[in-house]
Design a protein around this ligand. Structure first.
Ligand code: ATP
Ligand code: MG
Length: 255
């Protein structure tokens, strides 16, 4: 029994009336403007929107990497504002997985050692059954004992995704995870992430600029000027592209 057992089932993370203001006076920027969003467990959600619309800010605030100016973020049933810095660090380490554009692997460790590193750092032994499942899903086969420099970009990102999934986190945040990959390799990573939601029930939230990438998700949230302006279920690349084009029209109209 741990404190997370009391978490309400169904919602992995939510933001309630979330406001984030950077700077003050003439340099003040409202990056999040009263955002309310619920991210259901076991689903793959993409966040899209023009540059500067608040995507990274929303993700960083949901992941406890940045704090709100006002409002609340609840992750896995815990209101982040009630946590001390130490508790927040522990929650990030134990309950949240991260995948970045730059793979951020430790060069001196093998693929397998990289995958279990966060668990080891938390002072725990890896759950071997979970690990076997994740490793089978990434399909690295005989590359597991190689170091990152001996792996292709796609293989390195698969290691990074496996690392994020290995500790069975409540939610995985991915910031442009295929930004540094060619499209075929990117498609592989996205399929893998989609399978992780289907087969392991993993909750994933991904920021992307690419409609084809967003189409791998179950849901797409569209941000503009710090607000959620649209919420699309079962996206296709064409529908996402059409919605993105309207941002251009909206802007032209406003001028
Ligand atoms: N540390 C900061 N200090 C001041 N302003 C910031 C800071 N971080 C972000 N901003 C501003 O907040 C707004 C939202 O930024 P954010 O990085 O969330 O956008 P984004 O949607 O991720 O954009 P991109 O697609 O370019 O990555 C922008 O106007 C940005 O300039
Ligand atoms: Mg960003």
């Amino acid at each position: 029994m741990n404190e997370h057992d009391a978490a309400p089932a169904g919602i992995a993370a939510r933001a309630i009336d979330a406001v984030k203001v950077y700077g003050s006076g003439t340099t003040e920027v409202t990056a999040l403007d009263h955002v309310d969003v619920e991210l259901e467990a076991g689903r793959f959600t993409a966040i899209m929107g023009p540059s500067g619309s608040g995507k990274s800010t929303l993700m960083h605030c949901l992941a406890g990497l940045d704090t709100l100016t006002s409002g609340q973020v609840i992750v896995d049933g815990t209101d982040l504002s009630t946590l001390s810095e130490k508790q927040l660090t522990e929650l990030r380490r134990d309950r949240i997985g991260f995948v970045f554009q730059a793979f951020n692997l430790v060069p001196t460790l093998t693929a397998r050692e990289n995958i279990v590193l966060p668990t080891r750092l938390a002072g725990r032994s890896p759950d071997e059954a979970r690990l076997a499942e994740v490793i089978a899903a990434v399909g690295l086969g005989d590359r597991l004992d190689h170091r990152p420099s001996e792996l292709s970009g796609g293989q390195q990102q698969r290691v990074a995704v496996a690392r994020a999934l290995a500790s069975d986190p409540a939610i995985v945040f991915a910031d442009e995870p295929t930004g540094n990959l060619d499209s075929a390799t990117g498609a592989e990573i996205l399929s893998f992430m989609r399978n992780a939601t289907r087969e392991l029930g993993q909750t994933i939230v991904m920021v992307t600029h690419d409609p084809a990438s967003a189409a791998y998700a179950n849901r797409v949230l569209f941000l503009a000027d710090g607000r959620i302006v649209d919420d699309m279920a079962d996206p296709t690349a064409d529908r996402v592209l059409d919605r993105m084009k309207r941002f251009g029209d909206d802007l032209a109209e406003a001028r």
